[in-house]
Design a protein around this ligand. Structure first.
Ligand SMILES: [Zn+2]
Ligand SMILES: [Zn+2]
Ligand SMILES: [Zn+2]
Ligand SMILES: [Zn+2]
Ligand SMILES: [Zn+2]
Length: 128
């Protein structure tokens, strides 16, 4: 007789066991895997290349391009580093700290390299 080890329950048929796995909160099935909790399944959505999932909105998207578009329109997103931040402050901190960015905080502007940033810092009146 089919038996669900996780729930320690017997079932009358394989079909009944399958139905149980679909319905039960103890089972979270995705990509042929059975995750013990919803949050473990969510981790899988975040990590798996099979999914384009926004963990901030708990929403699925068709593909990576759709997801990136969503990040850009709805979140504080650094498209250089492909990272999402909780708010503007977090994104600005990232621009300041990351060596990939050449950022002038008072002007809220980015420059393509260190040289143009330095030039800007020397030129602009606003910094004096
Ligand atoms: Zn079960
Ligand atoms: Zn999956
Ligand atoms: Zn989102
Ligand atoms: Zn960045
Ligand atoms: Zn500036």
């Amino acid at each position: 007789m089919p038996h669900c080890d996780r729930c320690d329950r017997p079932f009358g048929s394989d079909r009944a066991l399958e139905m149980h796995k679909q319905d039960s909160l103890n089972h979270n099935i995705c990509c042929g895997k059975d995750f013990p909790t919803w949050s473990r399944m969510e981790q899988h959505w975040i990590q798996s290349p099979n999914h384009a999932y926004c963990q901030y909105c708990e929403e699925h998207f068709d593909d990576e391009d759709d997801l990136e578009e969503h990040y850009e329109s709805s979140h504080h997103y650094c498209d250089t580093c492909r990272r999402v931040f909780a708010n503007d402050y977090g994104l600005n901190q990232h621009y300041r700290q990351s060596r990939r960015h050449h950022y002038c905080p008072p002007c809220d502007r980015q420059f393509i390299n260190d040289n143009s940033l330095r030039q800007h810092l020397n030129d602009a009146q606003i910094h004096r």
